[in-house]
Design a protein around this ligand. Structure first.
Ligand code: SAH
Length: 368
């Protein structure tokens, strides 16, 4: 940016060339590294009518791609739906609108009205995480984030399974909708298998595995609240929830003791939180991914599966695969990549903004 004018308090941005010719309009976040997120390139104003139109297009895309018996999904995915800075997740009758830039927060009233009009949710919760992000505070615990108080646990369906989004205290907007395709794949191969679900959050992978006929599924997470929700979800699906299937522990420590005990699992899921949140974290994150993968690999039975994931946008697919390769060398175990699966089609990625593709999942099959 050569220069800028105005204080940006209305959240609106106009981008002009050196001769003053209008190039694009968008939303302005003066304190962000990305000062403007662009919405139109044809002079069209950024207003309520545009928000309604973009949301309606996003809705039509979901009509084309969502599986049956699925009432929880991402309805608007930021740049991927030409709505930069705006996320909308639907959970049954409830919607969570997340405004991830301060500029989007400044247009909250119109965005909220457009979301109500197009999606007609029974209840709408708004999370403002943009200003916190600009000030480098943790976006998962937004300072001044609003609307959390009206939350609570909201039931919804995913491929016929019953889940709850914990809007009040949950992580993200209350559930990890981006793992739906991986849950389906696990369900399809789980029959008769024993599954270890690392960084389980509310245990959704385990429920998919058990729904697919797994003989047992164990959740490991360091959040007691997440594990309590995991038990409730199992019960809601008519699945047994024995105490020993919920392990409140640090995954790294838990894996070391399982490896020392010589445990073997038919399928292991490793879906940690983003280890790299900023560029300076990438080296340390790479070491973390390598450690956790090395340990997880050592627990996979010959012929078994490891689904390993990274949701750090800063660790790209290429780097992640190299880390996984290094981990397998250290573990002394051979694996083949049988599939790569990131987020589903309700998380579209703009070709102009490939950074939107943050979730990598590798399905690794251990050599027999
Ligand atoms: N796989 C989950 C989402 C995982 S989110 C799903 O599909 O729903 C990451 C989870 O890791 C969070 O629940 C968090 O509580 C947990 N976590 C983070 N660091 C951890 C650690 N060191 N040990 C155990 N759990 C951890």
């Amino acid at each position: 940016m050569a220069s800028s004018e105005g204080d940006g308090s209305d959240g609106l941005a106009e981008v002009v060339d050196a001769g003053g010719r209008l190039l694009a309009r968008g939303i302005h976040s003066p304190d962000s590294q990305i000062v403007a997120r662009l919405w139109t390139f044809d002079g069209r104003p950024v207003d309520s009518a545009l928000f309604r139109e973009r949301f309606a297009a996003a809705r039509r895309l979901r009509d084309d791609v969502l599986p049956p018996e699925t009432t929880g999904y991402r309805a608007v995915n930021s740049e991927g739906d030409l709505c930069p800075g705006v996320l909308l997740d639907l959970y049954g009758d409830a919607a969570v609108l997340e405004l991830t830039t301060s500029g989007a927060e400044a247009r909250r009233a119109e965005l909220e009205a457009a979301a109500r009009e197009v999606f007609a949710p029974g209840r709408l919760v708004v999370r403002e995480t943009g200003s916190a992000r600009d000030r480098k505070l943790s976006p998962s615990r937004p300072a001044g984030g609003e609307g959390r108080g009206e939350g609570g646990k909201v039931p919804f369906l995913e491929n016929g399974m019953r889940f709850f989004a914990d809007l009040a205290a949950g992580q993200k907007t209350g559930f990890f909708l981006d793992q739906r395709e991986n849950r389906s794949r696990l369900r399809a191969l789980a029959r008769g298998r024993k599954v270890l679900n690392l960084f389980s959050y509310s245990g959704a992978f385990s429920i998919a595995a058990l729904a697919g006929g797994a003989s047992r599924a164990v959740d490991v997470d360091s959040s007691a609240a997440a594990l309590a929700l995991a038990r409730e979800q199992r019960a809601a699906n008519g699945l047994p929830a024995p105490d020993e299937d919920f392990v409140d522990a640090d995954v790294f420590e838990d894996l070391r003791s399982r490896a020392a005990a010589g445990e073997r699992w038919d399928a292991v899921v490793c879906d940690p939180p983003a280890f790299a949140k900023k560029r300076a974290d990438v080296d340390r994150a790479a070491r973390g991914y390598k450690d956790v993968n090395r340990l997880a690999m050592s627990l996979v039975a010959p012929g078994g599966w490891l689904l390993t994931c990274s949701c750090s946008g800063l660790v790209d697919a290429d780097l992640f695969q190299k880390i996984v390769f290094a981990a397998s060398l250290d573990a002394g175990t051979g694996f083949s990549i049988a599939a790569r699966q990131g987020a589903g089609p309700d998380h579209p990625v703009s070709v102009d903004c490939p950074e939107g593709e943050y979730l990598k999942g590798l399905w690794l099959r251990r050599s027999p």
